[in-house]
Design a protein around this ligand. Structure first.
Ligand code: UD1
Ligand code: CA
Length: 458
C-alpha cells in the first residue's frame, strides 16, 4: 500500500514566546520536527511532505534532503495547512497526518494506528488517548462507541471540557476521501480557523466509516505548545534514550541526572556517573568510566578510557587514557593511548602521543607532542604573539620541567630535557638539557647586615 505523510509545521507557536519557529526547538539535541520526520520515515513512506510557513526558510534549511516542503503563507488552521499539500495527495493509498510539535510519536504506535485503520476498513482514523489533564487539547466527543466530533478547547462546552479522551493531532486517511473532503472544511469557529478536526464529520457525511484508535501510550502523543511542555517532553525523551543505552549494556548510575543526546553511541560495560552530559555525535567506547559532571560534545572516546569532571569538545581520546578531573579539551585535541591528562590542563588543537603525561596545570595549544613525553606542572606553550598562533613540536621522550614557558614556534628534540622554570625561545637539540633561567645567588649574612629582625623558633 502506498503511504504518504504530511507533517504540519507552519505555525509560529506563539505560546513558546520565542524568535525561533516552534518546531525547531530541540529536545535531546534534535529538532522536534526531525523526530517527527524520523517517525514518518520509519513507516517507509513513499513521500514525506512538510508544511512550512512561519519563518519557513529557516525551517526548510533543517529538513533532510529527501523531504518535500510546501508553503502555507498564512496560518489559517490545521485543515488549511493540509490543503497546501493537496496536489501531492493521490487517488489511492493512505495519508498519515502528523504534527511537527509532537516529537514523541513512535513507529510502534503509528504501525498500530495503520493496522487498526486497515483492518477496520475505515476511511479516516484518529489517534487518541486518555489524559488526566486534557487541558489545551481537542476533545473526542463520542456517541456510544462511535466518534461524534472533535471539539477544540476554545469551542467546548463545560461538559465537553470534562472529557479526558483527547485528539493527538495524528490521523490516517484514505487518500481519495481526504482529497474530496479537504475543500469542504469551513472556518466557522471561535478561532476563525480551518480545523482539520472537522474533516472527520465531513467524511462521515459521505457515508464512510470513521475509526478512533485509542492508545495507552499517552507519552507518544504529548505535544509541545509551551516551554513547560518542552521540558516535560524532553524528560520523556531523555528517559527513553537512557533506557535504550541501559538495555544495550551501559550502566547509568542515576538516569534522572544523565543527559545523553539522541545521536550519541556508547559501548558495553561503560559506566556513566551522575551529572554527565553527552552531546552531538559523541561516540564512547566499551568499558569506559565517565565520572560525574563531565560534558563531552562531538567527540570520539575509545575503549577503557576514564574521564572525570572534564569538558571535551570535538576531540578524540584513544584507549586506556585518563582525563581529568578538571581538564578542558578544546576542539581538535587528539589524545593517544595510555595518556594521562590531569587536573587544570587545557589542550587545544594538539596531538599528544602515546604514554605522554601532562598531569597538572598546563596549557597546550597548537602542539605536536610525541610519545612518552612528560609535561611538568605549570608548563605553558606560548602559542600566541598577539597577532598569530604558532606551533610547538615536542619529540618523543622529552621532559619539560615544571613552570617552563616554551615560546612557539619551537622544537624540542628527542630525549631532550628542559630545566624547570625555563623560558625557551630556541630549538633544544636531542639529548640536551636546556636551562634558561638566571642562576641562583646566595648572599650570606644579608639579613643581619640589613638590620632585619631574626625570628626565634616558637
Ligand atoms: C491541534 C488540534 C487538537 C489536538 C492538538 C494535538 C486542530 C484544530 N486542533 O491543536 O485537536 O488536540 O493539535 O496536539 O487541529 N499548523 C500549521 N498551520 C496552521 C496551524 C497549525 O502548520 O495554520 C501546525 C503547527 O505548526 C503545529 C500543528 O499544526 O505543528 C498543530 O497546531 P497547533 O496550533 O499547535 O494546534 P493545537 O491548538 O495544539
Ligand atoms: Ca499543538
Amino acid at each position: 500500500m502506498k503511504i504518504k505523510s504530511i507533517i504540519l509545521a507552519a505555525g509560529e507557536g506563539k505560546r513558546m514566546k520565542s524568535q525561533m519557529p516552534k518546531v525547531l526547538h530541540k529536545i535531546c539535541g534534535q529538532t522536534m520536527l526531525n523526530y517527527v520526520i524520523d517517525a514518518a520515515n520509519s513507516l517507509n513512506v513513499e513521500e514525506c511532505i512538510v508544511v512550512i510557513g512561519h519563518k519557513g526558510e529557516e525551517v526548510k534549511k533543517t529538513l533532510p534532503s529527501k523531504v518535500k516542503s510546501v508553503v502555507q503563507e498564512a496560518q489559517l488552521g490545521t485543515g488549511h495547512a493540509v490543503m497546501m499539500a493537496y496536489e501531492h495527495i493521490d487517488q489511492e493509498g493512505v495519508v498519515i497526518v502528523l504534527c511537527g510539535d509532537g516529537p514523541l510519536i513512535t513507529k510502534n504506535t503509528l504501525r498500530e494506528l495503520m493496522n487498526f485503520h486497515k483492518n477496520g476498513q475505515y476511511s479516516a482514523t484518529v489517534l487518541t488517548t486518555d489524559l488526566d489533564n486534557p487541558t489545551g487539547y481537542g476533545r473526542i466527543v463520542r456517541a456510544g462507541s462511535q466518534l461524534k466530533k472533535i471539539v477544540e478547547e476554545k469551542d467546548s462546552s463545560f461538559e465537553e471540557k470534562a472529557i479526558k479522551e483527547i485528539n493527538s493531532g495524528i490521523y490516517c486517511f484514505d487518500s481519495k476521501d481526504l482529497k474530496k473532503a479537504l475543500p469542504l472544511i469551513k472556518n466557522t469557529n471561535a478561532q476563525k480557523e480551518y480545523y482539520l478536526t472537522d474533516i472527520l464529520e465531513i467524511i462521515k457525511e459521505f457515508g464512510e466509516k470513521i475509526g478512533v484508535y485509542k492508545t495507552k501510550e499517552y507519552n507518544d502523543i504529548m505535544a509541545v505548545n509551551s516551554r513547560v511542555q518542552l521540558s516535560e517532553v524532553e524528560m520523556v525523551m531523555r528517559k527513553r534514550i537512557n533506557l535504550m543505552h541501559m538495555e544495550n549494556g551501559v550502566t547509568i548510575i542515576d538516569p534522572a541526572n544523565t543527559y545523553i543526546e539522541k545521536e550519541v553511541k556508547i559501548g558495553q560495560d561503560t559506566i556513566i556517573h551522575p551529572g554527565v552530559i553527552l552531546r552531538g555525535s559523541t561516540v564512547i567506547g566499551k568499558e569506559c568510566i565517565i565520572e560525574h559532571n563531565s560534558k563531552i560534545t562531538d567527540s570520539e572516546v575509545a575503549n577503557q578510557v576514564t574521564i572525570e569532571n572534564s569538558t571535551i569538545i570535538e576531540s578524540t581520546i584513544d584507549t586506556h587514557s585518563s582525563i581529568g578531573p578538571y581538564a578542558y579539551l578544546r576542539p581538535n585535541s587528539r589524545i593517544g593511548k595510555n595518556v594521562k591528562i590531569g587536573d587544570f590542563v587545557e589542550i587545544k588543537n594538539s596531538i599528544i602521543g602515546d604514554y605522554s603525561k601532562a598531569s597538572h596545570l598546563s596549557y597546550i595549544g597548537d602542539a605536536e607532542i610525541g610519545k612518552n613525553v612528560n609535561i611538568g606542572c605549570g608548563v605553558v606553550l606560548v602559542n600566541y604573539d598577539g597577532k598569530e598562533k604558532h606551533k610547538s613540536i615536542i619529540e618523543d621522550n622529552a621532559f619539560i620541567g615544571s613552570n617552563s614557558n616554551l615560546i612557539a614556534p619551537i622544537v624540542i628534540r628527542r630525549n631532550a630535557y628542559v630545566a624547570c622554570g625555563s623560558t625557551i625561545t630556541r630549538e633544544v637539540p636531542e639529548e640536551t638539557l636546556a636551562v634558561a633561567r638566571s642562576r641562583q645567588m646566595n648572599k650570606e649574612g644579608w639579613v643581619k647586615r640589613k638590620g632585619l629582625q631574626i625570628k626565634e623558633d616558637k
